[in-house]
Structure formats: C-alpha cells, structure tokens
Ligand binder design. Sequence first.
Ligand code: ADP
Ligand code: MG
Length: 289
Amino acid sequence: SVPAAIASGLSSAARHGMLVKGGAVMEMLAKAETVAFDKTGTLTRGEPAVTDIVARDGDGARVLALAAALEAESSHPLAKAICERADAEEAPRPVAEAVRTVAGKGVAGRVGGRDVFVGAPRFALEAGEMDEALRETARTLEADGKTVAIVMEAGVAQGVIGLRDEPRADAADGIAALGRAGIDAVMLTGDNARTAQAIAGELGLKARAEMLPEAKVEAVRELAAGRTVVMVGDGVNDAPALASASVGIAMGSGTDVAMEAADAGLMRSAVLDVARLIGLACTTMRTIR
Ligand code: ADP
Ligand code: MG
C-alpha cells in the first residue's frame, strides 16, 4: 500500500542518518529540480583558517592584533580563525570598546580611541579608503577562493587578512551526482563574488554571491515560485531560507534552530547524502506510482 511504501522509505532513510519529517516531504523530494546550498559550513567545512596577513606598512603583527581585539567579541567562524592565529602568534590583545557585530558584514568597535572595522571589503570601503597595493592583494586572495577581511582603522585600511575555508571532501562528487540526476545546483553565499566564483568553479556549480541573509530568503522564494527547490544549510542564519524552500534540509551538526525550520535533517555533514536522499525519495515514489 502507499502508506507502507512511504513508511518503508522513511525508515530506510533514517537508517542512513537521513531524517525526513513525513510522507509529504518524501513526495516533494522526489520532484526536486533545483538544490540551493549555503556555502559556509555546508559545501565547505565551515572552519576557515588564516592563510595570509598583509599590512599597509609591513607591520602584520599589529594588523592581526587589531583584528583579534574586535573578533574576540564575535562568534563568526572567521572571527574564531583570526583569534586562533593571534593566540598562536602570541599577539598582544589590545582592549576593544563598543564592539558590535554587523550581520553579514563584519565587526566594528573602538581600539585606542580610534574607530576600527574588520570585515568584508565592500563594506569596509564604504567607510574609508584603501591603497591600490592592498586592493590588488585583496583581489588576488579572492581569486584563490579566499575570503578577505579588511582591517580599517580611523577610516584607512591598515591591512588585509586572507582566510580559506576548504570545501568538504565529497562536495564536488555530491554536486556531480545531482547533475547526473538532472538536478540544478546553486550556491548562495554572503561571501564576495570572486571568492564565491573560485569555490563554485572548484565544485562545479553556479554561485550567487554577496547575499545578505534576507537576500538568500528572497532568492529561494523566487526559485521556488516556478520549480521544486530544495535548500540545504547548516546554521542559525539559514533557518529563514530553509523555511522558504519547497524542502529545507538541515545538515550535520545543524543547530536546533535550523533543524526546527527544516523538513529533513542529515546526521552526517555529507554533500553526497543530499543526492542519496533525493534518489531514495524517487525510488520510494516510483514504487508507488
Ligand atoms: P556566509 O554566507 O559565507 O556564511 P555571512 O553572511 O556570515 O557569510 O557573512 C558575509 C560576509 O561578511 C563574510 O563572507 C565576511 O566577508 C563578512 N563577515 C561577517 N562577519 C565577519 C566577521 N566577524 N569578521 C570578518 N568578516 C565578517
Ligand atoms: Mg553556513
């Protein structure tokens, strides 16, 4: 019977660490046409590491110390990486005041009486100036798939920090498996276009970059207007986008918030499991039809 076939599909998925919240979700998964992925923590490991520190005046240690002073107050993965590097180098930790995170942009505060901002180049430049040598460094780092954090002090860029978040080992295979099933894959990210393109190129999918959290929701809604869209994300920030998709999938160590907003959950942080789950849904529904 139909309910029995679906129940068997659901339990088979569960045995493989893929939790699906009911038969209606299974049915929708079988119709998937597009899969939208969050980048950080979903397609990538979400554990960026500092690869480069370049200072305007050659004093990289000061740039790192300034950045770490602010990032100590932020819970962003980039913040963690910068603080770890500062600790490893035993950099001094100047005191920062009035620190505030600017969602999707960076972190701002005051150090030694001067305004400091650490974050995405396009927002750093709204608030100040940056010399051509640093601009060129930033572009080169981004073309290598690195995220660049600009360290601004009193309206002048003091340096750039390059960080690289490696793609998950099975990310390219997972995207290829979707492609073989005739399913489109797209990456949505708050990261800049050059970095996003470099990573997307390595993985073989399209990218939409420089998206603030609201823009991701809007993009998923637009896609879902004409097609059956699966959204895969891992974090708190992804909850609204997961809820806007035809099917939202929370991945891996997914936060409780993401799990709650989602229709399905992958216990393992495996990109291949997305294709496996859709394949299983198709098999289940075919048994029925
Ligand atoms: P993603 O979509 O990659 O998870 P976010 O929306 O968290 O990205 O952030 C978008 C961009 O804002 C990041 O790629 C980074 O450039 C910048 N950013 C955000 N928070 C910070 C921070 N604490 N330090 C440095 N840069 C940050
Ligand atoms: Mg994420």
